[in-house]
Design a protein. Sequence first.
Length: 606
Amino acid sequence: MKGIAIGFSDTSKEILKRLKKTEFINEIFIGSSSYKDKNVKDSVKFMKPRQILREKWGNLELIIFVGSVGASIRLINSLLSSKDKDPGVIVIDKKGSKIIPIIGAHQSNIQNIAFQICNLFGGEIIETNNSIDQNYLNIDSFGNQWGWKRSGDIKDWSKLVIKQANKKEIFCSQLSGNNLWKTSEVGNTITQLSDKDYEQKKSIFHISIFDNHKNTWHPPTLWIGLGCERNTSKELIEDSLQSFLATNNLSPLSIAGFATVDLKKDEKAILEISKEKNLPIKFFTSEELSSINTPNPSNVVLNEIGTPSVAEASCMIAAGQGSKLLKEKKIFKSIDSSKSTFGAVTIAVSESKNQYSPLTGEIHVVGSGPGDISYLTNDARKALSKCSIWIGYKMYLDLIKPLKRKDQVMIESNLTEEKERCEKAIKLAEEGIKVALISSGDAGFYGMAGLLLELIQKVHKDIRPSFEVHPGISSMQLAAAIGGAPLMNDFCSISLSDKLTPWETIEKRIAGALLGDFVIAIFNPQSLERNWQLKRAIELCLGYRPGNTPVLVGRQVGRENQSKSFFSLDSIPLQDIDMLSIIIIGNSKTTLVDEIFLTPRGYLKK
């Protein structure tokens, strides 16, 4: 995204630098006529605001002002032209406590960015948009979050938005693409139509691969199969593809990618077209292509490269299970070789059951903290506001549910379905959707981050959705905090669950921690099925540490029924410990005085 942030005074410098770390701001400026600090080392540039805007306005998608709303409006007033051309504009106060989207809340996806900024700074969004006040779906921008591209005149979309604001019934005909958006609270405000009913309706938008309707969102579900003579010109392939799509009423905005035989991995024109359009190419061997039954096999192609079909077979394989060959192959040849178009190209197209746009999809692994949403970091909140879909264990989703907007969708799963959750997140991200994968505590502490990364490594890096891990507060940290400061010196954490780690390995780790005199935090101490491991772990500890070693047992930390109890190592009530408990066992220096649980760092010895 091409975005800049402009502060109106030196006091906005720190907020500007935080904005620069986000993915939607490329440059930051202090709009000032004073050039005293030209050589600022923190990348903040000093320029007059009007000069910045004159130079950059036409190329921007987003402008964030830090300062006065009135000053911001006066600066942009003479530059505004139309909703479909102007960049989005957001104004933030100098404390980051008020975030006001003033231009482009629909077309530039500014509303979602405003929510992310709101959560980044822990501020409040001031929004006058009907879709917020009256729980409406942003029909002219919501598809961006679902990996779709939009066609149609902006004026026609605006008319639909106005009708929606006036409480007129809005209809949708969806023929392709992911339909989970319908399960959101605001998705239910749209009346769904079958392909037979929409012709009689006026207030309608479409979700389709076809190009004969105005107001259409286009999911990327079309796979273009290409076969060509060696060194066919790029111009011929582009012109032929454009003609092929137009003749068959198919939108180029619905292309998911290209497919061809692996002998074309060095075909310059195909590679350049793929790169310019930012679309993937899938290559298949002659053996793979030969296994597909196609309606138009060619003996000439068979004798040349060892398969009777390239264009039809490759697009059918690329589109995957449940797909259909939408349009059979057509051959295009250059008529005049003296021109810039030369060679020959064969084109076919299949429609996939699932949309595909991995280069725009994202997975955000969010550590949701120990329970109460007050422990959720601003970084995690920002990630949640960015994502259309939240996937997680139901209990963890329920804890953060108050933060969910009505245009977002939750996918709940059971406790033992960790792999399925990760696979679902990857699949949805490959469709071009931004997905939040929820893990309690910190996602990297016995959480979902490791499994997700193991699985995503299996996806080739060239077609791998982007991912980011957002750390959270661990129950170990909170238990330590409510008890005092037992983790002030070296410590470790050990899980007693032997479902994934052999018990022999766990015992070695306990022994090593005891030998090194580490404070030990114990996760997953005991369940109905695992009712002997904790007792054995305590026996091991007593072999190295005295029975009066102080111990903290925290239960339901960060949640409504939070409790803490102090014991000695030889008096832990094993019958009261369960999976909602976390245990911290002190080392040889740990003390418990007046219910202050403390492992000294050694400062007073100095």
